[in-house]
Design a binder for this molecule. Structure first.
Ligand code: CAA
Length: 261
């Protein structure tokens, strides 16, 4: 089997593939190599005859603290646009045909929150910390957050969260319907995700595939166009001074002085 640097792939129960993000020192910040590995692992699990459902998770401390700020802080507009930065991780639920359950504990910020929202079923614990803090870095969500959060919890709440950068809890996520369930503890969350995956894996693979496809159809109306548009505006912000100021301030642990340019 393949060995990875930033993720761990295992089979905790028959029929269940588990992908655990493993970049503890960076709170599972989603650097490009991690996303390449994640895509590869999901593709393998999707084509495996034994696997019926997939769980993705991080650690108790962090599902993922976002896209890797240090990796992208010096990105230019032309490089972001030219490589279609983030495109390769913005539609994993569309590419993967088997159900993906995210077991989300600790920090799920920025791209981490967006990755969680791409999953077919989102489980969290009451203490999970969700948020779209990109505004504090002089930018906006770039992996579908503005579209999926708004669709899930409504425009007014999503607008407030994205424009303030305020966090919200796993308890709130479940109350608002963003998460299917908020468990008391991270352990219960992961075990709950694995047992739901095990149940799904016990059914007809063809029926499960059809079920995922039709439910996702309801989400697709407008989402794809919205995510593509969001990504272009996100790219254009790499041409602003404030994106450089915001991300450099994070990397150097200083307070950003906005230029408003
Ligand atoms: N990118 C790169 N490195 C990150 C990171 C990120 N998103 N988040 C955390 N890290 C690193 C920190 O820089 C730190 O590294 P060093 O030890 O080398 O200094 C290490 O992980 C541990 O983090 P902290 O010391 O900051 O831990 P903390 O407990 O004090 O704070 C936190 C935790 C509140 C999550 C804080 O790390 C934080 O605010 N992280 C950034 C969150 C964020 O802004 N995410 C959005 C990213 S932008 C994005 O995702 C764009 C998009 O839409 C695609």
């Amino acid at each position: 089997s393949t060995t990875y640097e930033h993720i761990i792939v295992s089979t905790p129960k028959p029929g269940v593939g588990l992908v655990t993000f493993n970049r503890p020192k960076a709170l599972n910040a989603l650097c490009s190599p991690l996303i390449v590995e994640l895509n590869g692992a999901l593709k393998d699990l999707d084509s495996s005859k034994e696997i019926g459902a997939i769980v993705i998770t991080g650690s108790e401390r962090a599902f993922a603290a976002g896209a890797d700020i240090k990796e992208m802080k010096d990105l230019t507009f032309s490089a972001a646009y030219g490589t279609d930065f983030i495109e390769m991780w913005s539609d994993l639920t569309v590419r993967v045909k088997k159900p993906i359950i995210a077991a989300v504990n600790g920090y799920a910020l920025g791209g981490g929150c967006e990755l969680a929202m791409m999953a077919d079923i989102l489980y969290c614990s009451t203490g999970t910390t969700f948020g779209q803090p990109e505004i504090k870095l002089g930018t906006i969500p770039g992996a579908g957050g503005s579209q999926r959060l708004t669709k899930a919890i409504g425009k007014s709440r999503a607008m407030e969260l994205i424009l303030t950068g305020n966090n919200f809890s796993g308890k709130q996520a479940a109350e608002w319907g963003l998460a299917a369930k908020a468990f008391e503890t991270p352990d219960e969350c992961l075990n709950g995700a694995i047992s739901t995956a095990e149940k799904i894996a016990s059914y007809s693979k063809i029926a499960v595939k059809a079920g995922k496809e039709v439910v996702n159809k309801s989400q697709d109306q407008g989402i794809k166009e919205g995510v593509d548009f969001e990504r272009r505006v996100f790219h254009s912000l790499f041409g602003s001074k404030d994106q450089k100021i915001g991300m450099t301030a994070f990397a150097t642990k200083t307070k950003p002085e906005w230029s408003h340019e």
